[in-house]
Write a protein that binds this ligand. Sequence first.
Ligand code: AMP
Length: 310
Amino acid sequence: MSLLVVGTVAFDAIETPFGKTDKIVGGAATYISLSASYHTKNIHLVSVVGGDFPKEKISSLNNRGISTKGLEIKENEKSFFWSGKYHNDMNTRDTIDTQLNVLLDFNPQVPEDQTSPDFLMLGNLDPDLQAKVLDQMKARPKLIAMDTMNFWMDLKLNKLKENIARIDVLTINDEEARQLSEEYSLVKAAKKILGWGPKYLIIKKGEHGALLFNKENKVFFAPALPLEEVFDPTGAGDSFAGGFMGYIAATNDVSFDNLKRSIIVGSAMASFTVEKFGTERLEEITSEDVQKRMQSFMDLVQVDINLIDA
Ligand code: AMP
């Protein structure tokens, strides 16, 4: 099955309690497609970078089987840049700087042979650009997931809400769910957001796992793997989304039960990303590492209980 991935391909500068990086490669679509590539083939990326973006990083995406035909390179412009600083709890962060650069006049062009993908993942990006991609779909994908963040809620809330009404799965973190819905309770937030149109809402809670809600008030919870060391949470949400959509594309199954499995796969992929800065860990792991991590997850969540009638 084919998976079309849209989002930023970027430079990030990150500060955590464990260290600081200069400009390193990041971006929502980078993490999503790398993470998905451990589960499915036929991944196509649509994004934009400037002439400053390292060509070898594009090659390493290609080496993982990710097609970059839809990655526009604007030689005379600069790539999107984001910098963030994590608080001591590593679950919350402040954006220090966002430089849109190439995104400012980007007009996404989905390659003609990718306008009917089986699955679509709209990663974090300007909602106007996410909408332009949706407009280019010739047939409705079997599942459309979309991620966003507070930056776009502050800047383009109306467009974002229009997009939410056009997709199937929205993935946001707990803080963003509260901001978007103006509800403190995540259950109330989920009800309100699902009332706007999507079939499912995933609320990511960092080291506290992720919740999947559907319109019939069903809820599923997947924990995050307890890790000895977390170096850099950047890209965890995107790696989660990549694992989630990669597994759905591989299994071609959009039932609630399969979405539950896909959330576990997403959580396993996110657990790799946070172990090193940037995309380093996602680029070095093997399929065997992924299999072992998935097993750890299954062991983490499996329990048999004999019900005792006292
Ligand atoms: P995550 O930690 O999964 O929420 O995503 C981090 C990635 O999002 C970084 O690699 C950034 O380049 C990218 N990013 C940060 N701010 C934005 C934004 N406003 N729009 C799109 N992507 C962003």
